[in-house]
Design a protein around this ligand. Structure first.
Ligand code: SF4
Ligand code: SF4
Length: 205
C-alpha cells in the first residue's frame, strides 16, 4: 500500500472504490509508462496498464465503464512486473484484480474473456474440491464450460503415458485447511457484499 493512500470514507468514483478496497491510490501514478514498457501482455491489451490508471484518474462515468469493459483487466497475469518497475510503488496487479471483481459484479465482462473466466473457475473448483490442483479435473471442467472439447485432445495420451497426468486426484494432508480458507473467503465476501465469481453468469455480459 502506498504511503500516501488513504481510504475514502464514502467512495463514489471507481478510483475511490479501488482505494477503499485495495489501499492503492491511482493518483500516485504520474504516467511515466514504465509499467507498460515491461508488461508482457501490453501489446495484446486494448488499454495499456498506464492507460487503465489514466482512465481511472479522469474518473468520468463513461471512462470508468470502458475500464470495466476492457479486455486488459482479464489479460493481466498478476506477474507483478509493473509493480516491481513502478517508481511510485503503485500495486497495479491489486488494482487489476479489484477491477475484474467489479467487472463481473456489474456484468461488464469483455466477451473475449469468457475462456479466461472459465479457466479461473475450473482452477478454483479443483483446489476447493481436492485441496490441490488436479489437472485432469481442471481440463475436463474447463472443456465442459467452454465447449472446447477437442482442443489439444491429441496431447492427452502422450502426457498420460509419461505419467504427467493422473486420472485420479492426489490427496493432501492439509485439505481441510484449504477448505477452511475458501470458507473464510466466502464469508468475507458475503460480509463485504461481494459475490463469488460465477463463470456461467459472466458468460452473458
Ligand atoms: S510505472 Fe507507476 S507511475 Fe509509471 S505509469 Fe506505471 S503505474 Fe504510473
Ligand atoms: S501484473 Fe498485469 S499489468 Fe502488470 S506487468 Fe504483469 S501482466 Fe502487465
Amino acid at each position: 500500500m502506498s504511503a500516501s493512500a488513504q481510504h475514502p470514507t464514502h467512495p463514489e468514483t471507481l478510483s475511490e472504490h479501488v482505494q477503499d478496497a485495495t489501499g492503492e491510490s491511482v493518483f500516485n501514478c504520474y504516467q511515466c509508462g514504465k509499467c507498460t514498457a515491461g508488461c508482457p501482455l501490453a501489446a495484446e491489451m486494448d488499454f495499456a496498464p498506464n492507460q487503465i490508471l489514466r482512465l481511472l484518474q479522469l474518473g468520468l462515468p463513461g471512462m470508468e465503464e470502458e475500464v470495466l469493459k476492457s479486455l486488459s483487466i482479464w489479460l493481466c497475469l498478476t506477474c507483478e512486473t509493473c509493480a516491481a518497475r513502478c517508481p511510485q510503488e503503485v500495486e497495479l496487479p491489486k488494482i487489476m484484480d479489484y477491477l475484474r471483481q467489479q467487472s463481473l459484479k456489474r456484468g461488464l465482462v469483455h466477451p473475449k474473456a469468457r475462456d479466461i473466466l472459465a479457466f479461473h473457475q475450473a482452477f478454483l473448483d479443483s483446489i476447493r474440491k481436492n485441496g490441490r490442483l488436479h489437472e485432469v479435473g481442471l481440463i475436463s471442467a474447463y472443456k465442459l464450460r467452454t465447449f472446447h472439447l477437442l482442443q489439444d485432445v491429441l496431447v492427452a495420451p502422450k502426457l498420460l503415458a509419461r505419467g504427467k497426468l493422473s486420472l485420479l486426484p492426489h490427496g493432501i494432508a492439509g485439505k481441510a485447511d484449504v477448505a477452511r480458507i475458501f470458507a473464510k473467503c466466502a464469508a468475507a465476501d458475503a460480509e463485504a457484499g461481494r459475490h463469488e465469481p460465477q463463470t456461467d453468469k459472466a458468460e452473458q455480459p
